[in-house]
Design a protein around this ligand. Structure first.
Ligand SMILES: Nc1ncnc2c1ncn2[C@@H]1O[C@H](COP(=O)(O)OP(=O)(O)OP(=O)(O)O)[C@@H](O)[C@H]1O
Length: 277
C-alpha cells in the first residue's frame, strides 16, 4: 500500500490531494516518473528539494496547469483542474502575479471580481498579509517581498480550501518569513490545506509533513518527526543527505500525522532538534 492508498483508506476523507502514478515530461524529458503521494486535509505539507527536482512541476500538475502524460490527481475529491476547483484551490507562483500599474487595493479588487468574492474580503486579506500601510501604493513601486504578499493576499480571497504556494518566502528577511509561517499555521488551524515549496531546509520544521524530492522522485513522504527519527538526526538537511545514502525512501502513511501532531503540539518550531508546531 502506498501513501495515496493509505489516505483514501478506511476514513476516506483524510486527503485533500491524492497523486497516483504521476508521469510528467517537460520538453520530452521525464521530470516525474510514477509519483505517489497524499496531502492530508488541514495540514501544512512542505515540498522540499534542490532546484530542478520537480517541485514546481508537481505543483503545476496539482493545480491543473501542467500537461501530464499519465496518472491520477485528485484534489478535494475532484480531478485536478476541474472548473469546480477554481475557487477552492489557490496557486501562488514564484513570480508575483500582480498588475504594476494598479494599487494593491485595485489589484485585489480586480481579483475579487474575477473570483466572485465579497467586497469585504479585500480588507480581510490586506489585514491578514499586513499590507495595510501600502494598500494605496502602486504594486510596481513595492519591494519583491511586498509584491509576493500581494499575490498571497489575492490567493486568500474567497477563502480557498487548498493553497499551493511555490517558494512564498524567497527573498524575505527572517522576521517576515517567521510572520508568514505564522499566517500559514493560522490558515491550517482554520482548516485550510497548504502545500508549500521551499529551498530552505530550516523551514521544514514549521510543517506537519514533508515531501522531500530529488530528481523527480520522493525521498520522503512522512511527518517531520518521522523523517528525523528514521534518519537519526535532528536536522532536515542531514536527514535529506542520509536518505540519499540509504537508497530507500521513507514513505509513511499520512494517518500517522494526526498522532504525531498531537504529541508535537507543544513543541516550539524554533527550538533545535524538535518536530513541527
Ligand atoms: N518550461 C520548461 N520547459 C522544459 N523543461 C522545464 C521547464 N520548466 C522546468 N523544466 C525542467 O523540469 C525539471 C523540473 O523543474 P521544476 O521547475 O519542476 O523544478 P523545481 O524543483 O521547482 O526547481 P526550482 O526549485 O529551481 O524552482 C527541470 O529539469 C527543469 O529543467
Amino acid at each position: 500500500m502506498n501513501n495515496a492508498d493509505a489516505a483514501t483508506g478506511a476514513a476516506g476523507t483524510g486527503a485533500a490531494i491524492i497523486v497516483e502514478d504521476l508521469h510528467v515530461r517537460r520538453a520530452k524529458i521525464p521530470v516525474l516518473e510514477g509519483l505517489n503521494l497524499a496531502v492530508p486535509k488541514g495540514r501544512i505539507v512542505g515540498l522540499l528539494g534542490p532546484s530542478g527536482s520537480g517541485k514546481t512541476t508537481l505543483m503545476r500538475s496539482i493545480v491543473g496547469v501542467q500537461v501530464v502524460q499519465s496518472g491520477r490527481i485528485e484534489v478535494l475529491g475532484l480531478p485536478a483542474g476541474s472548473p469546480e476547483l477554481r475557487r477552492r484551490v489557490a496557486y501562488v507562483t514564484q513570480q508575483a502575479s500582480v498588475y504594476d500599474d494598479l494599487t494593491v487595493r485595485q489589484n485585489l479588487g480586480y481579483f475579487r471580481r474575477v473570483l466572485g468574492a465579497g467586497a469585504s474580503d479585500i480588507d480581510r486579506v490586506i489585514e491578514r498579509t499586513d499590507l495595510g500601510s501600502v494598500a494605496n501604493r502602486l504594486a510596481g513601486s513595492l519591494s519583491g517581498g511586498q509584491r509576493g504578499r500581494v499575490s498571497l493576499a489575492a490567493a486568500l480571497l474567497g477563502t480557498p480550501e487548498v493553497l499551493v504556494l511555490d517558494e512564498p518566502t524567497v527573498g524575505l528577511d527572517p522576521v517576515l518569513r517567521v510572520e508568514l509561517w505564522g499566517l500559514f499555521r493560522t490558515l491550517a488551524d482554520e482548516g485550510a490545506t497548504l502545500l508549500v515549496s521551499s529551498h530552505v531546509m530550516d523551514e521544514a520544521k514549521r510543517c506537519d509533513r514533508l515531501l522531500l524530492m530529488r530528481d523527480g522522485e520522493l525521498l520522503a513522504d512522512d511527518s517531520v518527526r518521522g523523517v528525523l527519527e528514521i534518519t537519526g538526526t535532528d536536522d532536515v538537511e542531514t536527514a535529506f543527505l542520509r536518505l540519499i545514502d540509504r537508497g530507500t525512501p521513507d514513505l509513511r502513511p499520512p494517518d500517522e500525522t494526526a498522532r504525531l501532531a498531537q504529541t508535537a503540539e507543544s513543541i516550539d518550531p524554533d527550538s533545535e532538534g524538535e518536530a513541527a508546531r
